[in-house]
Design a protein around this ligand. Structure first.
Ligand code: SF4
Length: 332
């Protein structure tokens, strides 16, 4: 086994779901290829944005990293510890170091608990900070780090007394109270008003700076990643098709899918506008993946070889590269 180089390493990770039972005409079990060979790495204190359309597998990847879904194949190494098939006890301990922020602050909070009780609950579940004063101190610090200052104004309120942005800050405080090393934020701003989104993105950037937290930021909106992500990984049909430093990917996208996503982001300066690329057709069914390059049915620049031969996958190394024959230049 090789020594891990990164804070988080994911190698050839797969997660398939069974899609119904074998039928009368076929004994073959049909499977949804939710994640289909993902390689990824993350450095301590780094933020990576995972971008793609809904159904591309980014949320399943997050749940698998959290241990809420069991991987079908592949490896996950976190802080030099193989956690791919960690048992429930190890997983529980890991959840102190890996926390998740879900997209819907309205569903995530128990309406019958006060904000103080909600933020303290992870400490209770993990049996941490048992002394009342210590527990209260951690709750106050988490709320204030999440931008709810002074915390005393919020401790005794209920979720329905807060705005959407404040509720999402409470969700973030509930994650922070355990002092995690990795935060997985799954579409944390998609349910919020546009006016509040920038505030929450700025908060995540601030937390990364002040608490040195690594962040996996999951979004369908490539337009939001320039705010604070160090690197971007673009996902399509269960695979990462392009990865690289945010500036490089936004300035010089290599994969036709990334180019299409970027081309439809509104840009105020007309000189910086790109030609719009509207992808034709629907995303293929993840049960019956197309042969060759899985993007070829929708790719505006597909060649004949793209239908038969799959381009090399992007690797876990933090280079700028894309899974496309036009980029790799290698003949199949
Ligand atoms: Fe398009 Fe072919 Fe590149 Fe796939 S390999 S993205 S089909 S050009």
């Amino acid at each position: 086994m090789t020594t891990p180089e990164y804070f988080l390493e994911v190698h050839e990770l797969k997660k398939y779901f069974q899609a119904g039972r074998p039928g009368i005409f076929s004994r073959r079990t049909r499977r949804v290829h939710a994640i289909d060979g993902v390689d990824l790495c993350l450095e301590r204190g780094e933020t990576i944005a995972l971008v793609g359309e809904s159904g591309c597998g980014k949320s399943t990847l997050a749940l698998t990293l959290m241990g809420l879904e069991k991987p079908t194949a592949g490896r996950i190494i976190f802080e030099a510890e193989e956690i791919t098939h960690a048992d429930e006890r190890t997983r529980k301990a890991l959840r102190q170091r890996i926390q998740m922020v879900f997209q819907d602050p309205y569903e995530s909070l128990n309406p019958t608990q006060t904000i103080g009780e909600i933020v303290a609950e992870p400490l209770v579940v993990h049996g941490l900070a048992r002394e009342g004063g210590e527990r209260q101190g951690r709750v106050v610090r988490a709320l204030e780090d999440a931008g709810l200052k002074p915390a005393a104004d919020y401790l005794h309120r209920y979720p329905h007394q807060l705005s959407g942005g404040q509720r999402q800050r409470v969700v973030i405080a509930s994650a922070l109270v355990l002092e995690p090393h990795l935060l997985i934020a799954d579409e944390p701003v998609s349910m919020l008003d546009v006016s509040i989104r920038a505030e929450i993105l700025n908060l995540l950037a601030e937390l990364r700076r002040t608490r040195q937290i690594s962040i996996i930021f999951i979004t369908h909106d490539l337009g939001t990643v320039g705010y604070f992500a160090d690197r971007v990984a673009v996902m399509y049909l269960g695979r990462i098709v392009e990865v690289g430093r945010t500036k490089e990917v936004l300035k010089n996208p290599q994969h036709p899918y990334t180019k299409a996503l970027l081309s439809v982001i509104p840009v105020p300066n007309p000189r910086l506008r790109r030609e719009r690329v509207i992808l034709q057709g629907e995303t293929p069914n993840p049960i019956d993946l197309p042969g060759g390059c899985r993007f070829h049915p929708r790719c505006p620049v597909a060649e004949e070889r793209c239908q038969q031969d799959e381009p090399p996958r992007v690797t876990a190394a933090p280079l700028h590269h894309a899974a496309c024959w036009l980029v790799s230049g290698k003949k199949p």
